[in-house]
Design a protein around this ligand. Structure first.
Ligand SMILES: *[C@@H]1O[C@H](CO)[C@@H](O)[C@H](O)[C@H]1NC(C)=O
Ligand SMILES: *[C@@H]1O[C@H](CO)[C@@H](O)[C@H](O)[C@H]1NC(C)=O
Length: 268
């Protein structure tokens, strides 16, 4: 089994090579999904170069802030990238899109091993993008709620979304894809991925449904008493987008960091 990082970037963590992984780093997308009903997921963000090239997903959590995967920001500068909200079909201008530039990229300080999680694969794979001007919140563009601290969101049916590849040999999807998917107990996920899985991960698996290259950074949302909440951000998975659990970064383990950043940003 090989690991793939679910972005459309060419990126290889150095410690992977050191551990003699067979890895392949790609750009993310969902295999086994279906077209979303337009604007049902108004927090879904496309992260692009200024050329319009989509390489990762994200989740709007506030009019000024998008949450994505830290590995999507490897070697990126704020002025090289933009975010698009209110997007449905990437190639079509639907007049609902809002384009914003980025003023700051803030990577989780524990990403890639400043702590005991060093031995896990891509620990704390999260980054916050600050928009230079806030998006206008409307029917097409809405933030996703953050979860409660003490909910595990395991053993549920939740939803993944993204414009990533629809199969290992397919292209990225032009229309945003969604799929229902089961969330696993981490101990069950370890049957497949062993010690790469730590408490800050949440694994998803449903036969025939797999996030794939181009889906990295995109959201896993679960229905809760207050509506949909953000349970995870797409991090990595099987290189062939095959029939194995995919790994998200668990938001409940990162709430303190998220609040530290966005509650002290000068916008609130
Ligand atoms: C966003 O950044 C691009 C590239 O630097 C620039 O051309 C464009 O004018 C910027 N847009 C806004 C609204 O600042
Ligand atoms: C945590 O869980 C307990 C019981 O399961 C519940 O009563 C409490 O409200 C929860 N706290 C938060 C912050 O969600």
């Amino acid at each position: 089994m090989q690991i793939i990082i679910l972005s459309f970037l060419c990126f290889l963590p150095a410690f992977l090579a050191a551990e003699n992984f067979e890895k392949d780093v790609l750009l993310p997308r969902i295999s086994g999904g279906e077209d979303v009903y337009p604007y049902d997921f108004p927090w879904q963000t496309s992260i692009q170069y200024h050329t319009g090239y989509h390489f990762c997903g994200g989740a709007l959590i506030d009019a000024y802030w998008v949450l994505t995967a830290a590995h999507c920001m490897d070697n990126q500068q704020p002025n090289q990238i933009r975010v698009v909200l209110g997007e449905h079909t990437l190639s079509v201008t639907e007049e609902t899109e809002q384009y914003r530039n980025i003023s700051r990229i803030i990577v989780n300080p524990f990403f890639n091993g400043a702590r005991p999680e060093f031995n896990y694969f891509l620990p704390y794979d999260l980054a916050l993008l600050e928009l230079t001007t806030p998006v206008n919140l409307n029917y097409y563009v809405k933030p996703i709620s953050l979860p409660d601290q003490n909910l595990s969101y395991s053993k549920r049916v939740c939803i993944v979304t993204g414009w990533g590849k629809t199969g290992v040999n397919a292209d990225g999807s032009d229309i945003l894809q969604m799929a229902e998917i089961n969330t696993l107990d981490n101990n069950v996920c370890r049957y497949t991925w062993g010690y790469y899985i730590y408490y800050g991960n949440i694994c998803v698996y449903t036969y025939g449904v797999t996030p794939c290259q181009g889906d990295s950074g995109g959201p896993l949302v679960c229905l809760d008493t207050k509506g949909y909440v953000l349970a995870g951000i797409s991090s990595w998975g099987d290189v062939d987008c095959g029939d194995h659990p995919s790994i998200y970064t668990r938001i409940t383990e990162n709430l303190a960091w998220i609040h530290d950043v966005i509650d002290n940003d000068g916008h609130h």
